[in-house]
Design a protein around this ligand. Structure first.
Ligand code: FE2
Ligand code: FE2
Length: 169
């Protein structure tokens, strides 16, 4: 049902979602080591969400043309200078993911693959939320100041943001 080019991009997205998950889990370990347990929990939850994104794609690929296929993954970045760098890397990463999704949307449209086009709408919306979330966190970090006691308040703030998100579902 999909063209070879579309299938290739869908499979690439599977890898990208797994990589995202690995990247956030790795970032959460860095935060945990720094005693930023709120940030660590937030990033661990992000890592789980990325696996949900992968699972949705995986099922879609297999329900349509299949089979879904995993590729090799590079190791995620593990060392950071500061918690701001962690979240800046997160935002930069989400922008890359958005670009990859947009590329699939464009291909789906140009090939008149409306099933894939429709399926991808969920990802388009999700990326708007993900980018906005990282952007908001960074703005708060700059506002509060990410050093000394500021770090403590940032960690509290992120814990609160996460529980607000969870209660929204
Ligand atoms: Fe994702
Ligand atoms: Fe994401």
């Amino acid at each position: 049902m999909h063209s070879d080019a579309m299938l290739k991009l869908l499979n690439r997205q599977v890898d990208l979602e797994i990589f995202s998950s690995n990247q956030y889990r790795q970032m959460s370990a860095w935060c945990e080591m720094k005693g930023l347990l709120g940030c660590a929990a937030f990033l661990k939850a992000q890592a789980e969400e990325e696996l949900d994104h992968m699972r949705k794609l995986w099922d879609f690929i297999n329900e349509t043309s299949g089979p879904a296929r995993m590729g090799a993954l590079e190791a995620p970045k593990a060392d950071f200078e500061s918690v701001i760098e962690v979240f800046e890397s997160g935002l930069a990463h989400e922008k890359k993911v958005t670009a990859a999704i947009n590329e699939m949307v464009e291909l789906a449209l140009s090939e008149k693959d409306y099933a894939t086009f429709n399926f991808l709408q969920w990802y388009v919306t999700e990326q708007v939320e993900e980018e906005a979330l990282f952007q908001t966190i960074l703005e708060r970090m700059h506002l509060i100041g990410a050093e000394d006691r500021g770090l403590y308040f940032i960690d509290q703030e992120i814990t609160q943001m996460r529980s607000q998100l969870d209660s929204k579902g």
